[in-house]
Ligand binder design. Sequence first.
Ligand code: FES
Length: 247
Amino acid sequence: MKVTFKIWRQKENSSKGELKTYITEGLTEDMSFLEALDHLNEELVLKNEEVVAYEYDCREGICGQCGVFINGRAHGPHDHMTTCQLHMRSFKDGDTIVVEPWRAKSFPIIKDLIVDRSAFDRIIEQGAFISSKTGTAPEANAIPIPKAIADRAMDAAACIGCGACVATCKNSSAALFTSAKINHLNSLPQGKAEQHERVEAMTWQMKEEGFGSCTFTGACEVECPEGISLINIAEMNARKIKSRFFG
Ligand code: FES
């Protein structure tokens, strides 16, 4: 299989970037997209050229580090799939594949396809945790939680923090990410004690980081590899109003 990659190359944040063309052969349809980039990098090493910088860790759709735009879509052509889960069988022999980093002011480019997503970490630090006594694990049924609520919390907890929602939003809003992290804990009894502080602190940090406001266009939900629902944002806004009265 032979493809033409057009890949965004940028030495560092302050330098000018550009799309560079690389024709690579010897790929197979069973290769993952990241393995195809590995293959390209091996060719670049043999030619004494600088390798393409891209990020990954788990390569299993868990860590959220591998996100890039592929032919204009966050994480590539399929719904509910991360870049590392994408395989070359999704492309045809002879295809041209354009690969670009996330584009958002709050995610500055570090190099090539790698962006700095530490703004997400700072939002997390503001409240995506619970304060509880340490010790042995409590009995599983000590705090009964209705299944519907447990399911809602688990759905929100599925967010892997990849940043596709921000990169794909016309306002570069982080509302889907932040709301998922808030609702995950605020839905559960364990998260109730700090629910008002959590929503205030995390949404405040979201603004501090320079993310835009949500205008409910819904692109984030469509491009989210985990299918995090837009309802989370509505819930976060409702919780914020509630926290003003009861916080
Ligand atoms: S490398 Fe971890 S989600 Fe893709």
